[in-house]
Design a protein around this ligand. Structure first.
Ligand code: ZN
Length: 181
């Protein structure tokens, strides 16, 4: 971890308030992280879960007008409903009492219109490892991917009865959310 002198390639700086501050390399500086410590319960206030992509352009809180403490946010490449997403979702709904899910995919996604073969080849060439067994869950059609992932949730017997499911596409160029289901 950094010692605050900003030297070398260490981008982490421990601030006087005890928080770590990541210096964006393109700026060489930045705003100090001053997120306030809030006295909130762990269960999401709006009883909401959002499943979406890890894409750095997606501000999930602003997208859905959320605040800290409002929702569980489950993110991965593509915002796909994977087995590990289900592990978290099952805990969220049964232990933390959430009852509503948004599945949000987005335009310009790195998994849109690519193939497993391409991705497996890239990783295989970089590492020398056999990657044929890895399904990166790429997709050709945004609407179909949202509908498919919502359907997987709808047919999962391990989720509570009566939950509300939504599917949407976020347009990264216009900053707007479009309802799919
Ligand atoms: Zn994405």
């Amino acid at each position: 971890m950094g010692d605050g002198d900003g030297g070398g390639c260490d981008r982490w700086t421990l601030t006087s308030t005890g928080r770590f501050h990541i210096v964006p390399p393109m700026y060489g500086g930045g705003e100090m992280n001053t997120i306030p410590v809030l006295d909130l319960p762990p269960a999401p206030r709006k009883r909401l879960v959002v499943i979406t992509c890890m894409d750095s352009r997606l501000d999930v809180f602003r997208m859905l007008d959320l605040e800290i403490g409002d929702a569980h946010i489950l993110r991965n490449a593509g915002g796909r409903v994977t087995d590990d997403t289900l592990r978290s979702l099952i805990l969220s709904m049964h232990v933390m009492n959430t009852n509503e899910v948004f599945v949000i995919h987005h335009t310009g996604c790195g998994l849109h219109r690519v193939t497993n073969a391409d991705l497996q080849s890239r990783v295989g060439l970089a590492t020398g490892q056999d990657t044929a067994h890895i399904d990166f869950l790429p997709f050709d059609d945004l609407v179909d991917s949202v509908l498919g992932d919502v359907e997987r949730l709808r047919t999962l017997p391990l989720l509570p009865i009566g939950i509300t499911l939504h599917g949407a596409i976020y347009d990264v160029h216009t900053g707007t959310l479009h309802r799919v289901i």
